[in-house]
Design a protein around this ligand. Structure first.
Ligand SMILES: Nc1ncnc2c1ncn2[C@@H]1O[C@H](COP(=O)(O)OP(=O)(O)OP(=O)(O)O)[C@@H](O)[C@H]1O
Ligand SMILES: [Mg+2]
Length: 286
């Protein structure tokens, strides 16, 4: 693909049958710290891809590259076959309307109501939208997540699970083609987590969205995923369906999915235990 082809407008669905999102040799460094190390992968349209991996391994950084909220140190990002990592913020604005995202921090605006939160992206992208139409849209989106009637509540007056659902309603406000969820079930009890899983499946079914979920929650991963990708030390170390991951021979994959501490980590813990004992216990107790 040459440079001028790269920057043509997005192809219509009928013309394009390649991967929806693709990263090629994606490397991201922060200063000297290497976070993503020449990652290449493609995300297929209409599927749910789950990204797992230990805390700090680069999951959030990777999905931020999909919408170019982070720029690669080297390598490229493509959306529908068009290179996007080198677009200007202004050009990216249009690309990002194809995406809905639920950030790890949840990020509802605290000082405005739930209805105003959901209207926010609608008003930003459709400047001429009539108040009445926007209200109807908000009602429909809140109904999808079981929160119609909560329009005039402030985020602080909702439970954690309700806030996540309201944030989901906002993520689907613009009828996106792709939904990115960053740890959607973190901090929720098992029942509330399962409600979020069901909503992820419902959006996939009813809106036909392509879904990407970052999670630590293996129960959720197994429930929603068509494909699971595990990141470790800046690279993809496992990639396949739930059974492929369950039966994966790599010890790091098994330790992660079974929640076991590795021998290396245990050695560090034993070491710090010895230090703590010698520093804080009186001699008689040693
Ligand atoms: N803007 C930034 N500046 C410097 N370092 C960053 C920045 N964003 C992320 N990092 C570093 O990149 C690494 C990966 O971060 P990232 O947030 O992607 O981890 P994660 O896999 O999402 O972890 P968690 O599961 O805890 O959310 C971390 O070491 C983090 O400190
Ligand atoms: Mg993260």
């Amino acid at each position: 693909m040459n440079e001028s082809e790269d920057h043509k407008s997005l192809p219509q669905d009928a013309d394009y049958s390649g991967p929806l999102i693709e990263v090629r040799n994606l490397t991201k460094k922060f200063g000297k710290k290497l976070v993503l190390d020449k990652i290449s992968l493609s995300i297929e349209k209409g599927k749910t891809t789950v990204i797992i991996g230990p805390s700090g391994c680069g999951k959030t950084v990777l999905i931020k590259h999909f919408i170019v909220l982070q720029r690669p140190t080297s390598g490229q990002v493509y959306f529908k076959g068009r290179r996007i990592d080198d677009l200007s913020e202004r050009e990216l604005y249009g690309v990002r309307t194809h995406f809905g995202y639920l950030f790890q921090e949840g990020a509802l605006f605290d000082s405005i109501t739930i209805a105003e939160n959901i209207m926010f992206p609608i008003r930003q992208h459709f400047k001429g939208v009539k108040w009445r139409e926007a209200e109807e849209l908000v009602k429909a989106k809140l109904a999808m997540v079981g929160l119609d009637g909560f329009q005039n509540y402030y985020p602080a007056n909702l439970s954690g699970g309700q806030r996540k659902r309201a944030a989901l309603a906002r993520a689907v406000a613009l009828n996106p083609e792709v939904l990115l969820y960053d740890e959607p079930t973190t901090g929720l009890d098992p029942i509330r987590s399962d409600i979020i899983n069901e909503l992820i499946l419902k959006f996939e079914r009813e809106l036909g969205v392509t879904t990407i979920v970052v999670t630590h929650d293996m129960k959720s991963a197994y429930k929603v995923a068509d494909r699971i990708i595990m990141l470790h030390n800046g690279r993809v170390i496992a990639d396949g369906d739930a059974d492929h991951i369950r039966n994966h021979p790599h010890p790091t994959v098994q330790q992660f999915i079974n929640g076991q501490v590795s021998e290396d980590d245990l050695a560090v813990l034993r070491m710090s235990g010895t230090l703590a004992t010698s520093q804080f216990l009186p001699r008689d107790f040693q």
